[in-house]
Every structure is written in C-alpha cells, then in structure tokens.
Design a protein around this ligand. Structure first.
Ligand code: URA
Length: 277
C-alpha cells in the first residue's frame, strides 16, 4: 500500500498556528530539560566549507577558538566566578555592570534584557520576586507586566509606592518560556542577589512568591504555611527581618487569597511603624 502523501500546511493554516502561539504566550521553543545554550553554541560552530590550508603554508600560528565561560567552568566554578564578580562591586551600579558582563549563566543567552531592579536604592523595604516574565524581559524592569498594577495596589494599601521600595527578582533574566530556573541557574545568580541585598541594606525583605521564598528563607514549609511570618535574614552587614507572601500572579488567578496578602502586608506595616515610633 502506498503511504499517503504528506501535504504542506497552507499559508492560512500556518498563520492560524502562529496566532495561536501568540495568544498562548508561546514565544520560545523549549524542551523538558533545560538547555545550556552556551555549550550548544560552541558545539554548533559551522563546519569549515573549504579545505584547511596546509600548516606549512601558514607561517603565523592561528588563535584557537576559546570556549565561553560556561563551557570552561564547572558548576562550582560558575558560582565562584559569580561570587568574585559580585564581591568586587562596590555600588549597585557596579553590580549591575558586573551582571551585564557576566557570561556564566545560560539564562542570559535567551533573555532580551537584564532585569536588575526598580525603585529606591536606599529603601527600607526590598521586595524580591520570582523570575521576570515576558513584559519584564521586554522592558528590563521588574513587575511591569500584568502583575504590575496589582503590586502597586498592594503597596498603596499600606501607604507605600513603587518609588519608595526596591524591587528585584530571584534571577535577573527571564527563563525561556517562563520555565522555573534550574537549581544551577539560581545558584549562579545568587551571589549577585546577595550582594544586591547587602548594598541596598533594607530593614525588611519581602519574598513575593514561592521561588523567592524557598531560596531566601530558612524553612522547608510550603508558602501557604510560612507566609506572613518573620524570619531572620543576614544581609552580610546585619540581621534584618524577612517574610514571604503570595505572588501577585497567583492573586490574579485566586482573588479571594488577597485577604491573606492583606494580613501579611499589615504585619509589615506594623513592624515598620513600631520601628519609627
Ligand atoms: N513576576 C515576578 O516575580 N517578577 C517579575 O518581575 C514579574 C513577574
């Protein structure tokens, strides 16, 4: 029996598929396993299209292509390189520059922008979100997408504005397709976040969402159990108070849970008022 002939999809069908991708926020093709694109880039060097010149013709030794830092370093060395780069930054601007130059994290290769921070660098309250999303990647600032207005309303509910707090993310590059960063990616970015917290030196650290909470707070409890409680947090300069609350994008899906976040925000406001009283 003859195999049925495969028809190419019509231009209309392809356009409809593309529309569907856009409508569903599909903007990157991903696989189950995270791909280290820095390694792939070296492996995919195009094969030479002409025969190599015999060595005897070539008087000058040719420089050999150098692997990028990600292929040259082990995961431990990647973290060490990040620690060194972060420790060498004396100011937040220098830290941002160091991150922009850092080639040790594969997330950077698929992201459009470095999403470093927004707000007041001398704020009393620092909020750390989960990874940036598509809008943040396009604009290079945290919480500027769908969740942005809700973050502003949450802050306004306790008399704060975005300009009065400092906002950052657990990793400063959007993972492709909004996947969860791998433990290695988070570990590599962590020294930069630690230094960022040390340089801002806030009185209160608020983790927005489960990834930031899991990474920064000393508890293995789920977010719904541990939210709204203070934990000690060592910034490197001093001990401050840290808590976690629910992520704004979760609240967009589960608006009834806003009452829990309201309670958490009141705990923050009460602590701030007690300190200034
Ligand atoms: N969610 C986050 O946690 N951070 C952002 O910057 C945007 C969405």
């Amino acid at each position: 029996m003859m195999a049925p002939e495969l028809q190419s999809p019509s231009p209309e069908a392809l356009a409809a598929l593309l529309d569907w991708y856009v409508a569903n926020d599909v903007d990157v093709a991903i696989e189950e396993e995270a791909v280290n694109r820095l390694v792939a880039r070296v492996a995919e060097e195009p094969a030479p299209t002409h025969r190599a010149m015999p060595a005897s013709f070539d008087a000058e030794p040719r420089p050999q292509p150098q692997p990028t830092i990600a292929t040259a370093l082990s995961p431990e060395a990647e973290v060490l390189a990040a620690r060194e780069a972060a420790a060498g930054a004396a100011t937040l601007d220098a830290l941002k520059d160091a991150l922009a130059r850092f080639e040790g994290c594969a997330l950077k290769t698929t992201a459009k922008s470095l999403v470093f921070s927004q707000g007041n660098p001398t704020a009393r309250v620092m909020l750390v979100g989960d990874p940036p999303g598509r809008d943040e990647d396009l604009q290079g600032e945290p919480f500027v997408g769908q969740t942005g207005p809700l973050v502003d309303r949450m802050l306004a509910a306790i008399g704060l504005s975005r300009a009065e707090v400092y906002l950052a993310n657990i990793v400063p590059w959007r993972p492709p397709g909004n996947r969860t960063p791998t433990p290695q990616e988070t570990a590599t970015c962590r020294p930069f976040l630690d230094r960022q917290i040390e340089l801002v030196d806030p009185d209160y650290l608020v983790c927005l969402g489960p990834m930031a909470a899991k990474e920064l707070l000393p508890t293995t409890e789920g977010l719904l159990r541990m939210r709204g409680q203070w934990f000690p947090y060592d910034t490197g300069k001093r001990q401050i108070q840290a808590m976690a609350t629910l992520h704004p994008s979760y609240l967009l899906l589960q608006p009834l849970q806003k009452r829990l976040v309201w309670r958490d925000l009141l705990v923050l406001r009460t602590a701030m008022d007690a300190k200034t009283a």
